[in-house]
Design a protein around this ligand. Structure first.
Ligand code: C5P
Length: 404
């Protein structure tokens, strides 16, 4: 429920604007208060009268309106909200916001606001996939802007693909989730949480490497959950295609040795979570030049062991975090292997999961984990990786609090 939260809704000029009256209705039904900025192009698709009737408020559409500036100036408009929602966020609005343009009321407000912003993009699939839009998306994400959608499906223009605006109910759910996160208890406030995530790439020669199928999704979800619990988060990430979590310090590495070094640099930490799928071995005789076919002989790869980051930090002489958590990705005898690993690594807790191909965990969005501790094993139900992360972070915060 939105309990009187004030949403400033910026309506851009796209066909999806026809859904915004319904969005306004649903925000109000959930208890929110809505004020609308309608762009000139937006007014081609939805009338100010419709939005004014549904919000019970004047619709703002002009930057240089004398009466508007006297009643409520554009700076005040940008600040007198708890959340700014842009729906539909057109390619044009995204481009303006990404580049700091301020030539109408909507773009000026986006530049002037100090409030969180949620964008619901909507545009033709080719416009969405265009390198320029994807560049703008990355910039906006890095600037701390949140996104919902776009959905994939048939578009008003007859094409199919990603570009449809998220449904009003999904946008309202994202708005509610935003406020729920903001209100959530902060059991990790003042704590530094160090997380490793993703695979490592171990070079064979300048163009080839050994890798694994880890997507980094669980580790990134843990970083976001730790951030939402109030922690300062350092995320040491192997090569993944995920956007860095907003508000966390993300350090990108490739190899296990680089990850080891970045972890060492990031210490001290109160809590360290080793969710990365670190390659156990690297190629000992990494070639400076691309290896060539040599007659019929298949060249052998000499492997050597990588540093075991988890084991090393668990036994760190001077900077051992108060709580060290390992992960065990297993394809068979999950609990048996996990318990043995727990005993061997010297960590305080170990999260075990089944990553056999049938489980769909590697690269997927869901996970089922077992938490191994000195007290035994607690199995959590199958959930989304985000839900797993929230549940785990709550457990870790409890243990940390008990340790004082
Ligand atoms: O031994 P195994 O790789 O299965 O152990 C998994 C756990 O150990 C994970 O927490 C992983 O991040 C960590 N690990 C590590 N450094 C390695 C190998 C594994 O930190 N070289």
């Amino acid at each position: 429920m939105l309990n009187g939260r004030r949403v400033l809704l910026i309506v851009g000029g796209g066909i999806a604007a026809y859904k915004t009256p319904e969005l306004v209705r649903q925000i109000r039904k959930a208890g929110g208060h809505v004020r609308v900025i309608l762009t000139k192009a937006g007014a081609e698709f939805v009338t100010p009268l419709t939005l004014a009737s549904l919000t019970g408020e004047k619709v703002h559409d002009a930057l240089f309106s004398l009466t508007d500036e006297i009643e409520m100036g554009h700076i005040e408009l940008s600040r007198a909200a708890d959340l700014v929602v842009v729906a539909p966020a057109t390619a044009d609005l995204m481009a303006k916001a990404a580049n700091g343009l301020a030539n109408d009321l909507a773009s000026t407000t986006l530049l002037a606001t100090d409030k969180p912003v949620l964008m619901a993009p909507a545009m033709n699939v080719r416009m969405w996939q265009h390198a320029a839009t994807q560049r703008n998306l990355a910039t906006l994400r890095a600037d701390g802007i949140n996104f919902i959608g776009p959905d994939e499906g048939e578009m008003a223009c007859g094409e199919y693909g990603p570009g449809r605006m998220a449904e009003p109910a999904a946008i309202v759910a994202a708005i509610e989730a935003h406020f729920a996160r903001q209100n959530a208890p902060k059991p990790l406030a003042g704590k530094h949480v160090l997380i490793t995530a993703g695979p490592t790439h171990e070079p064979i020669d300048p163009v080839r490497y050994i890798a694994n199928r880890s997507s980094g999704k669980q580790g990134y979800a843990l970083a976001e959950a730790a951030r939402d619990a109030g922690a300062r988060v350092t995320l040491v990430s192997g090569p993944v295609t995920l956007a860095p979590p907003q508000g966390a310090c993300t350090i990108r590495v490739e190899t296990a040795r680089e990850m080891n070094e970045a972890v060492e640099q990031a210490l001290p930490a109160d809590l360290a979570i080793f969710a990365a799928a670190v390659a156990d071995w690297r190629v000992a005789d990494e070639s400076r030049e691309k290896r060539k076919k040599d007659g019929n002989a298949i060249p052998p790869l000499q492997l050597t062991e990588n540093p075991d980051i988890l084991a090393r930090v668990s036994r760190h002489a001077s900077k051992r975090p108060r709580l060290v958590v390992g992960f065990a990705a297993e394809t068979e005898k999950v609990l048996e292997h996990a318990k043995a690993k727990f005993a061997r690594k010297g960590c305080d807790l170990l999260v075990a999961n089944d990553v056999s191909p049938a489980s769909g965990v590697m690269g997927g969005d869901r996970n089922r984990v077992h938490l191994v501790s000195p007290d035994g094993v607690e199995s959590l139900p199958e959930m989304s990786k985000n839900e797993v992360a929230t549940a785990l972070i709550a457990r870790f915060a409890e243990v940390l609090a008990r340790r004082g």
